[in-house]
Design a protein around this ligand. Structure first.
Ligand SMILES: *Cc1c(COP(=O)(O)O)cnc(C)c1O
Length: 363
């Protein structure tokens, strides 16, 4: 009996990407094996965290790294680290920030909702958020002015396809912060393959979801300067207590990083491209479907399949109502567009998706 049958759970064909309500990603057999090996064991947790820190630094080129429960926690604890540093009195005082610089500067184009607004993840540390610009544009001049204001503790930036408006030059934004002596943090939760690019902006911390493109158990990877990473780690004796990583997550991250480093990345990207173009060619044969390959807007090394159909919201409902339910990206269904991410899908699942599309559309 499968785990789904045993607990009376719905099967899922996930063409919706690294989506938290669907279980995010598939871990490899190697990662799953490492987690199973870790669960019945004891560890000196400090040692385990040290090993993972070394592995993150090695894999990303950062000075140092650490792990917290997830990226949402990493956002909160990065803000806490900027405000309290490693000072035990300040760490214990949070989220009371009365005697600290407590303003986090965030471009309004980088306000995102991944199930929670990142504004709340920042405010959870006791920080105040100062937004710069509007949802269409954040000018570097405006950013410069706000970074020069009183009580600024850090600049928070987001690299995600969820951001709005005109893209902001992250390197220029980080430079503007550093000119004022302000640390810069980038939330790149869904950007694991691009961690080195994000670090190359000069950011003090880059925050990455382990469970998205790394395929580890739920974990928030923090990569950056020794000083800031140490400050994030120090929050574990304060508000970070409820955001700590589990031993199985730490061991899972170690295994997933090892696998990533041994992997042939050019072959991976080529395989993904082949998968998407074959799917798009097959989907384009279905009457009433216009299909296209769309590159990832944030330069991740993957593309997605865009389908244009007459009644996209209706098709989304029918796909989810079928057996097994098929989930697709439906953010732009109102304009007749569906997007499918095929990264975790095997050939059988891709055949299920194509068959279902044929049945539903070829009436
Ligand atoms: C997914 C996501 C998060 C939250 O990551 P978790 O690891 O699920 O907490 C934060 N920011 C962005 C941009 C995301 O895409």
């Amino acid at each position: 009996m499968s785990i789904h049958e045993r607990h009376r759970l719905s099967m899922v064909v996930n063409a919706r990407g690294t989506f938290t309500p669907l279980g995010v990603s598939r871990s490899s057999a190697t990662v799953a094996g490492a987690v199973a090996e870790a669960l019945p064991e004891f560890f000196v947790m400090e040692q385990l965290v040290d090993r993972v820190s070394d592995a993150i630094a090695h894999a990303t080129g950062a000075q140092a790294g650490t792990v917290v429960h997830c990226t949402s926690a990493a956002i909160t604890l990065a803000a806490a680290a900027a405000m309290a540093g490693t000072d035990p009195r300040r760490i214990a005082a949070l989220p009371d920030t009365r005697d600290m610089h407590n303003r986090v500067v965030l471009p309004a184009v980088h306000v995102v909702d991944y199930g929670q607004s990142n504004l709340q993840a920042i405010r959870l540390a006791g920080a105040q958020v100062t937004l710069v610009g509007d949802e269409n544009r954040c000018g570097l001049d405006d950013l410069d002015d706000q970074l020069d204001g009183p009580d600024v503790t850090c600049l928070m930036l987001v690299c995600s396809r969820l951001t709005s408006g005109e893209p902001l030059d992250l390197t220029a934004a980080v430079r503007a912060a550093h000119r004022r002596g302000v640390p810069a943090i980038i939330d790149g939760a869904g950007q694991f393959p691009r961690t080195a690019d994000l670090l190359a902006t000069g950011a003090d911390l880059v925050l990455i979801s382990g469970q998205k493109y790394l395929g580890s158990p739920t974990a928030g990877l923090v990569a950056g300067t020794r000083r800031m990473v140490q400050a994030v780690r120090a929050q574990g004796n304060g508000i970070g207590r409820g955001m700590k990583p589990s031993k199985e997550a730490l061991v899972g991250v170690l295994a997933a990083l090892e696998e990533w480093q041994a992997m042939d990345r050019a072959k991976w990207a080529a395989d993904q491209a082949t998968k998407v173009s074959a799917f798009v060619a097959a989907a384009a044969e279905i009457p009433g479907v216009v299909a296209e390959v769309v590159p990832d807007p944030t330069s991740l090394p993957l593309s997605r399949a865009l389908l244009k159909v007459d009644d996209a919201p209706g098709l989304v409902r029918e796909l989810e109502a079928g057996t097994p339910p098929i989930y697709v990206m439906a953010e732009r269904a109102d304009t007749g567009e569906l997007m499918l991410e095929l990264v975790p899908l095997d050939d059988t699942e891709i055949a299920i998706v194509l068959d279902r599309l044929r049945i539903l559309l070829d009436k």
